[in-house]
Design a protein around this ligand. Sequence first.
Ligand code: S3P
Length: 423
Amino acid sequence: MKLLKTKAGLTGELTVPADKSISHRSIMFGAISHGKTTVHNFLRAEDCLSTVAVFKALGVTVHDDGTDIIVEGKGFDQLQAPNNMLDAGNSGTTLRLVLGILAGQPFNSKIAGDASLNRRPMERVMGPLRKMGGNLQGKTGGEFPPIEVQGSELSGITYEMTIASAQVKSAILFAALQADGLTTIIEKEKSRNHTEEMIKQFGGEILVEDKTITVSGGQKLTGQEVTVPGDISSAAFYLVAATLLPESDLRLNHVGVNPTRTGILDVLAEMGADIQHVALDKKNQAADLLIKTAALKGTEIGGEIIPRLIDELPIIALAATQAEGTTVIRDAQELKVKETNRIDATALELNKLGANIEATDDGMIIHGPTPLHGGVVDSHGDHRIGMMLQIAALLTDETVELNNPEAINISYPDFFTDLSSLI
Ligand code: S3P
């Protein structure tokens, strides 16, 4: 498809779609808790609908009343053996977190996803779950889906994480809630903490001391009302577009600003962006963000900040192509095992439009500023690469065509309509 163009900046205001990570977890926690969970502002995009479908297949009543999603939870004990292979679609969060739930169930199950998800590594989750007594096998005994899970009883463990991953941490936490005794997780770097926050919100106990998390098994959780804030990972595309385009004046309403997710705000501030927080909603960890055009300079990004902006690195790389000087991204090797290899895809596609990006083993070196020009680019079936390329297209007068744009429906079905309303 031909991508949207603009002659000026982004102006007006927008409420970005609901947070994907919190939407997934609201269904999962609703399902394993007792009583009704009402989810306000649930993200009705393909990934989160995969989570809904998986829990329906496990016998949980999930109902969309047109405004809210209602989950009738009956606790871990009442999940039912699925009749067929569970389908996580394109969603790594669905597949990995659900493994932590399935591992402690008395029944056998199988779960897989689409071609992209079935190429993504699962040993990182199966390894710790096996240490807890889980019985999980990938295809032909390997680590890729379909994964077969045999019903098992789990015991608590102490586990030192070897990668910084909220998905791995969360899978262990779901298993820990079903295990005998205490589980302690020591994180490599602090990653998004929505699972820990929701254990508390649903009435559970969890102790978090810096990077050490302790939780006991056998806790009874109770259904809640959840209000999902806007997704900073979706807001990211507008943060960068409004900063780079001339004469922007944009307000993004009720964006989630949980500090484990706001690495992009820190990096853009460091690069010289003009982004203010107003109307803080402490209860839901959200704020309105006001963005004005600004000139950027290159920066270095690595270490503990990486998990706080991992999904935003493709759009940060685009920002860096327009910044004065060199930007170095390191310690981001996890980008290679996302929906696609996001290091290679970002460098390849943006270089087609005139950027100067070197892909490295653990990140990118971006030499800026480089004017961009037209061309034909590809999303690689990855929603975030697709949206990043649409923002790149706004930076040139020439035509940019995007192949495989439908990937954007994974997290943001209204992306093009929303963007059109601001240009
Ligand atoms: C997510 C964790 C991150 C992130 C993904 C969502 C989550 O993955 O990239 O989009 O909701 O827990 P990793 O935990 O593998 O880094």
